[in-house]
Design a protein around this ligand. Structure first.
Ligand SMILES: C[S@@+](CC[C@H](N)C(=O)[O-])C[C@H]1O[C@@H](n2cnc3c(N)ncnc32)[C@H](O)[C@@H]1O
Length: 216
C-alpha cells in the first residue's frame, strides 16, 4: 500500500499534539526555555520522549548519544535506563558541556552519564562498551560516519534513532541538493533504509526520525 500524501500532518494537528504532550517537569521546562532563548539546537519534545520510551521498551542499559547540546535528551535517556544504566554522550563544545553538567546534576542523573568531550568521529572508535541504543544528532554530513563506527558497538536487537532526517522538508523538495547537509542527508536516508545490517524506516516525528533495529 502506498503512503497517502494526505497523511502529512497539518499545523492544527501539530499544535494539538504539542499541547497533548505538555511538559510538566520543571527542569525540562527550564531547559526548553533556555534552549529557545539561546538558540540551542535541542531535540523536539516529542523526539526526546520517543527516545525515552524506546529505551524503556527495550530495557536498554547502555546508550550512546552523538551530539549532546545541553543534555535535554540525555536526561530522558538516563531516566529510562534506570539506576544501573549508563549514557555515554559526545560533544566538543565547552559551552554546551558546562550547561549540560549543571542540568544533569540538578536532574539527579549526573552519575549515570559519562560526557565524552570531543568530536564523535574521533571518540567513537575509543569506546569499549556495547550499546543497546544509539541516538545520532550531531553534524549532518557526518551521520554516515557515525553510523558506520557505532554499528559494530551495538548488540543485535539494539535500536538506532537518528534525528532531522527530513531536514525541515528540504530532503524531499530539493532533488539532488547542492546544499552540503541536505545532500548528505538525502544520501544517508537511502543508505540507512537499505543497510543490510538494519531493518529501518524514517518516521515523520519531529524533523524526521530514523528508526532501526540492528538485525546482524
Ligand atoms: C542538535 S544538537 C544535539 C541535541 C541533543 N541531542 C538533544 O537532544 O538535545 C547537536 C550538538 O552536536 C554537537 N557537535 C558538533 N560537532 C560535533 C561532533 N563533531 N561530534 C559530536 N558532537 C558535535 C554540537 O556542539 C551540538 O551541541
Amino acid at each position: 500500500m502506498k503512503a497517502s500524501p494526505d497523511a502529512i500532518i497539518q499545523r492544527e494537528q501539530a499544535e494539538y499534539l504539542d499541547r497533548l504532550i505538555s511538559q510538566t517537569d520543571p527542569i525540562l521546562l527550564e531547559m526548553e526555555a533556555y534552549g529557545a532563548a539561546h538558540s540551542v539546537p535541542s531535540a523536539d519534545r516529542e523526539v526526546a520522549r520517543f527516545v525515552e520510551i524506546t529505551a524503556q521498551a527495550i530495557k536498554a542499559r547502555r546508550a550512546l548519544e552523538i551530539g549532546m547540546a545541553i543534555g535535554y535528551t540525555t536526561i530522558h535517556l538516563a531516566r529510562a535506563l534506570g539506576e544501573d544504566g549508563l549514557v555515554i554522550t559526545i560533544d566538543p563544545s565547552e559551552e554546551m558541556i558546562k550547561a549540560a553538567d549543571g542540568y544533569l546534576e540538578r536532574a539527579g542523573v549526573r552519575n549515570r552519564v559519562r560526557i565524552e568531550r570531543g568530536k564523535a568521529l574521533e571518540v567513537i572508535p575509543r569506546l569499549r562498551e556495547t550499546f543497546d541504543l544509539v541516538f545520532i544528532d550531531a553534524l549532518k554530513d557526518e551521520y554516515a560516519g557515525y553510523l558506520e563506527l557505532a554499528l559494530p558497538k551495538m548488540r543485535t536487537g539494539g535500536v538506532v534513532i537518528v534525528d532531522n532526517l527530513l531536514w525541515g522538508g528540504k530532503v524531499a523538495t530539493d532533488p539532488a541538493s547542492a546544499d552540503r547537509d541536505t545532500g548528505a542527508l538525502q544520501k544517508f536516508n537511502e543508505d540507512f533504509i537499505q543497510n543490510p545490517r538494519l531493518k529501518a524506516l524514517v518516521l515523520s516525528v519531529g524533523d524526521g526520525l530514523g528508526y532501526a533495529v540492528k538485525i546482524s
